[in-house]
Structures are given as C-alpha cells and as structure tokens.
Design a protein around this ligand. Structure first.
Ligand SMILES: N[C@@H](CCC(=O)N[C@@H](CS)C(=O)NCC(=O)O)C(=O)O
Length: 288
C-alpha cells in the first residue's frame, strides 16, 4: 500500500500544486487521482473519500483522510523525518513553520483577486490596494526568513521546505499577474519558476484538461516570464529513436521532434507534457 493523492486541475488548482510538490520535492511515491474542474463539484467527485471535499487530499496507506495541504506537509514530515520537510535547525524550522502557517491562513486579497492560472501571464493586472498590502507583507516575511535563516541557496529557510511549497503558487501569481515586488522577492519568484518540479507541474497544466474561461481575466497578456522551453513539436508518425517510453517503459506510440530527432512516448499526455517543457523531464533529457 502507498499513499493516494487526490489532486485538482494542474493549471488552476493552487492548493493541489502545494500538495503535489510535497510529494514530488521530497521523493515520495504515491498513486494519483485527478479531479476534473470542468465536471461536477469537487465534493461530488470526492464522495467515495468522504469527509474530503477539497483537493489536495491525501489518503494514508492505512486509510486516514488528510484533506488539507498543511496537514499533509506536517503528517508527511512526521512519517518521513529523514526527508527534510522542515529545516533541522530549530530556529530555521520554527521560522519555516510560521511562514507556512501564515500563507495557509492569509493573503486573502491576493488569493481571491489573482487566482492561479498557469496558462496565462498578464502585462498589468492593476492590483488593488489590498493586493499591494499582501505583497508588502510577503516581502517582509520573506526577508525576515532570509535574515533569520541565512540560506545559501534561493529557498527561504535553507533547503527547500514545506514553507517553499506553500509559496510556490504565490510565486506563480506574482509571475502570472506581473505583480510589483522588489528584486529580492523577484529572485525568489524566479527560483520557483525555474524549479524543475514546478516546471513539470506547469508543463502538465499546459496540456491537460480544458481551458476554463472563468479563470481568465480581461488584461493584456504577455509571455510566461519563466525559463524558455526548448523547441519541440508533436508529430504524427515515428519511427522514434527510442522503442520504449522513457516514463513507463511501454512501447513508443506517440511522437515528438526536437533538434530534428524523433522520440516516442506511450501516450498523448506524456508526449504533450514533454513537448510543453522538455527540460523539465529528466528521463526524457537522459534520452536526448
Ligand atoms: N485548506 C485547504 C484548501 C483546499 C482548497 O480549497 N482546494 C480547492 C482547489 S484549489 C478546492 O478543492 N475547491 C473545491 C471547493 O471548494 O468546492 C488546503 O490547504 O488544502
């Protein structure tokens, strides 16, 4: 038995991104089930996992239903103390916990005015005063974390922790809505956009599921400000250099071209998520 992780839409579900990063960044295996945001309500789709009614929800191997992203982080940290979910140094750990909790319970204006939409980025989203207040508060607590924890890398409290997973969708919002923050906050946002795990999630969000119009805003768009994806295109036919899919080991049936070379995957989703951002996928890059 392993964990079961119930997730919402890759492009739009900010809480699901947090839950998924908690597994992906800390190397935990799980069986994943996606809830379709264009279908019935999330609660209806999760009926068999009651009392869960939101995503992400984690079902533990022994059947506990954990339907809250911060609770998922805490429970995984307790079960896998070697994985480093929280910093080991007490002052950094306490700081990381404080930031994660503040994210989880706050920033309502930013969350409601700027819903995560990984398919779009806007030139100018005309942020309200309340959103600007949230941004100012973010800059204060991110600087405080850096001053307190003196990280040597880009993450807030040392190595990537639950606190960073909590702020990944915030980084996506700052990037997506081109929100005004200072250089230190901009580099933290850039670290998230360049993070391979974040790029994998976004690549899936670019190709999986319908574009849901109620998430779109009426602002002029601009290119996504994260790292440029390598140029790859889906093609109808092989043969591929690789007989089997780099992800599943099944026969190659769906093809892409990159640098004039043809590669194959075992289904359209795996091919399309690779086309969306080839460099995000280590198993594919090993082939290339
Ligand atoms: N406190 C929860 C919030 C989860 C949440 O609100 N998820 C949204 C998707 S991003 C959801 O499932 N909404 C469905 C609904 O409210 O009916 C957490 O931390 O995970």
């Amino acid at each position: 038995m392993t964990y079961q992780l119930l997730l919402g839409d890759y492009a739009y579900s900010s809480w699901s991104l947090r839950g998924w990063l908690l597994f992906e960044k800390f190397g935990l295996s799980r069986a994943q089930t996606m809830v379709d945001f264009s279908d019935k309500s999330v609660g209806e789709q999760l009926a068999q996992f009651a009392p869960a009614r939101t995503v992400p929800t984690m079902i533990t191997p022994e059947g506990a239903v954990v339907s809250d992203s911060l609770a998922i982080g805490e429970e995984l940290a307790s079960r896998h103390p070697e994985a480093g979910f929280w910093p080991s140094e007490p002052k950094a750990r306490a700081t990381a916990r404080s930031l994660a909790a503040e994210m989880h319970s706050g920033f309502m204006a930013l969350r409601s005015d700027c819903p995560m939409n990984l398919r779009l980025s806007y030139q100018d989203a005309a942020p309200s005063d309340a959103v600007r207040d949230d941004l100012a508060r973010l800059e204060i607590i991110w600087s405080h974390a850096r001053d307190t924890c003196a990280p040597t890398g880009p993450w807030l409290c040392g190595d990537y922790s639950v606190a960073d997973a909590m702020f990944a969708p915030v980084a996506a919002r700052i990037a997506g809505y081109n929100l005004p923050v200072g250089p230190e906050a901009q580099s933290y946002v850039a670290a998230h956009l360049a993070d391979p795990a974040f790029r994998r999630w976004r690549a899936m969000g670019m190709v999986h599921g319908a574009t849901l119009p109620w998430y779109a805003k009426d602002f002029e768009t601009r290119p996504w400000p994260g790292p440029d994806a390598m140029n790859a295109t889906p093609v109808e036919t092989g043969p591929a250099e690789n007989a089997t899919c780099p992800y599943s080991g099944k026969p190659s049936t769906h093809f892409l071209q990159i640098d004039g070379r043809t590669f194959g995957m075992c289904n359209a989703f795996c091919r399309d998520k690779t086309v969306a951002d080839p460099e995000a996928w280590p198993a594919f890059m090993a082939l290339l």
